[in-house]
Write a protein that binds this ligand. Structure first.
Ligand code: BDR
Ligand code: CA
Length: 314
């Protein structure tokens, strides 16, 4: 099975993504690291521990990472989307974790898990990329242990935090640029464009809830998240962005990808946090004129939406 580490900021869709990996027989979930994002680091860490407890996986080590972005002094927040505690105000209904976070923090846990791995490890970052940028910057020797980084983030000409920037990238553009552009690690980027096409309906959530205790507990975390989609898009459903990325991490190829040069806008202007996915034909990119070879990222562009929904219900 896939050896997997999830880096996360739960978050309603993060909770679904963690559960998907924690409950899958094909996955060896080595660890979960947490980062600021949807809510504070304290809350994301507590939420991650609770979701693992819900799934009967207190054996999975959790470590807390960055509480703020690399450069910008203020962490972003999305409590208006995920609820003030990150889980629609329902986190207290989850079981109390029997294990606390690892001492030493996220980067230390990532390094020790990667150093100990005898097969390539997949990392699935589904929050701001701060922890992963710090890892790659400070411990480049672990890069050879990383098979792929499959991240949820960015858009191909669309955003949610701003007109063109997606939340995870916008929350720490310098970190995202380090991971996607400056470091030589194979990346799969799962952008908003695709995750939105994989939105699930309240009927789908009902099916999940009817499927058993864990499904019911996950469905119970969705009311605020559902309300925010109703408010902002007029939808009777939600987007499980992070579960789409983790599905690809678990089951390589479930998403169809295309290779494009990607850059990240790190200016402090209106484009900050935008992913620039260069879909021009190679001949138009001016290569061979002394231009620096752009880093290629596998951008997820398509999937069998119904099949994916079944996979997650699985
Ligand atoms: C991303 O932002 C967060 O709110 C979600 O958990 C997801 O990781 C979507 O833009
Ligand atoms: Ca997330």
């Amino acid at each position: 099975g896939t050896r997997l580490i999830i880096d996360t900021d739960p978050g309603v869709d993060d909770a679904f993504a963690i559960a998907l990996a924690a409950l899958s027989d094909d996955v060896d979930l080595l660890g979960v690291t947490t980062v600021f994002g949807n809510v504070s680091l304290e809350a994301t860490t507590r939420n991650a521990l609770r979701v693992l407890q819900l799934c009967g996986r207190p054996d999975v080590p959790v470590a807390a990472g960055a509480a703020r972005p690399l450069v910008h002094p203020q962490p972003a927040r999305a409590g208006h989307v995920h609820g003030e505690d990150g889980l629609s105000g329902r986190s207290a209904a989850l079981p109390e974790p029997e294990r606390g976070p690892e001492p030493g923090g996220a980067v230390k846990l990532l390094v020790s898990l990667l150093e100990a791995a005898d097969e390539p490890v997949t990392i699935a970052p589904i929050g701001p990329l701060t922890n992963i940028a710090l890892l790659l910057a400070a411990h480049p020797h672990v890069k050879e242990k990383i098979g792929r980084i499959v991240l949820m983030g960015g858009g191909v000409g669309r955003g949610n935090s701003t007109a063109t920037a997606e939340f995870n990238i916008w929350s720490d553009p310098e970190a995202a640029r380090r991971v996607l552009v400056e470091e030589d690690v194979p990346c799969v980027m799962v952008p908003l464009d695709l995750t939105h096409r994989c939105a699930v309906s309240t009927a789908w959530l009902g099916k999940l809830a009817a499927g058993g205790r864990i499904g019911a507990a996950l469905e119970a975390l969705t009311p605020d998240y559902l309300a925010s989609y109703r408010r902002s898009l007029g939808w009777d459903g939600i987007v499980l962005h992070d579960a789409v990325a983790v599905a690809e991490a678990i089951s390589p190829g479930i998403l169809r990808t295309e290779s494009y040069p990607v850059d990240v806008d790190c200016t402090f202007g209106p484009g900050r946090g935008t992913t620039l996915v260069d879909r021009r034909r190679a001949g138009m990119r001016g290569e061979g004129e002394g231009a620096v070879a752009p880093s290629a990222v596998q951008v997820a562009v398509d999937t069998d939406v119904d099949g994916l929904g079944e996979f997650v219900l699985g």
